[in-house]
Design a protein around this ligand. Structure first.
Ligand code: IPE
Ligand code: IPE
Ligand code: MG
Length: 227
């Protein structure tokens, strides 16, 4: 087990249950990222991919989008020293050119400063859609190839956002919904799925450990027999 992907859902419901605003929920959710990153590091994971903002989340009210965009730069700046201390590397996937300048600047700075860190890689999905990723890959191929050229799955992967990162072993979705919501459509083909009712801001190290324990009991077959 080296790669866990998480759909960090339920900030709004977490806040609603406490009589707080959705922005309060997003703030609590953003703060939880560093706690789970620490836990992932302690558990020896190599990659943690976090779904933070989907291509469809742009449909939310402008004030909520602004709150989320503000949190991207705030958290990135605030956590950079800890990431350096803990040997964590930051990467992103998604149409990050859609993000406001301030968020982009903080992300680029953090990605650059952490690029030689060799411990946990945190891969944040921002303005990410699984369909967008596949379409972006196809457009890169069309721009490069000649009419009549053919490619196979192995070569196709090279055009995705993070070709060097192995597929997630485990997908976790917090807050109970039983759907992918356009996350990693290509990469999740054979990932194990774990859904918990716990809302993202409450998802802690113990909850992560529980998900990983459940993964340990699965029999992965990849379409074959007794693998
Ligand atoms: C996840 O929490 C954060 C984002 C999608 C940006 P939600 O905001 O979706 O919370 P719920 O699903 O409304 O509870
Ligand atoms: C998925 O959650 C996206 C993120 C967690 C960033 P949503 O809250 O957007 O998904 P739906 O709308 O419930 O499918
Ligand atoms: Mg949601």
């Amino acid at each position: 087990m080296e790669h866990v992907a998480i759909i960090m859902d339920g900030n709004g419901r977490w806040a609603e249950a406490r009589g707080l605003t959705r922005s309060d929920g997003h703030k609590a959710g953003a703060d939880n990222i560093s706690r789970i990153a620490d836990a992932a590091r302690e558990l020896g994971l190599k990659y943690l991919t976090l779904y933070a903002f989907s291509t469809e989340n742009w449909k939310r009210p402008p004030a909520e989008v602004a709150c989320l965009m503000g949190l991207i730069s705030e958290i990135t700046e605030k956590r950079l020293p800890d990431m350096m201390k803990n040997n964590i590397r930051l990467r992103t996937i998604g149409r990050t050119s859609d993000l406001p300048l301030l968020a982009r600047k903080s992300l680029l700075k953090c990605i650059d400063e952490t690029k030689n860190n060799t411990g946990l890689t945190i891969n944040i999905a921002l303005s990410y859609g699984g369909r967008a990723e596949i379409v972006d890959a196809v457009n890169k191929i069309l721009a490069e190839k000649k009419t009549g050229d053919k490619i196979d799955e192995k070569e196709f992967i090279n055009y995705l956002y993070a070709p060097d990162i192995p597929d997630p072993d485990l997908l976790i979705r917090t807050s109970g919904e039983l759907r992918l919501s356009n996350f990693l459509l290509w990469e999740l083909s054979y990932s194990e799925i774990y859904v918990t009712d716990t809302h993202w801001p409450d998802f802690d190290k113990e909850a992560l450990q529980k998900a990983i324990d459940s993964f340990g009991k699965r029999k992965r077959r990849f379409g074959g027999l007794n693998k």
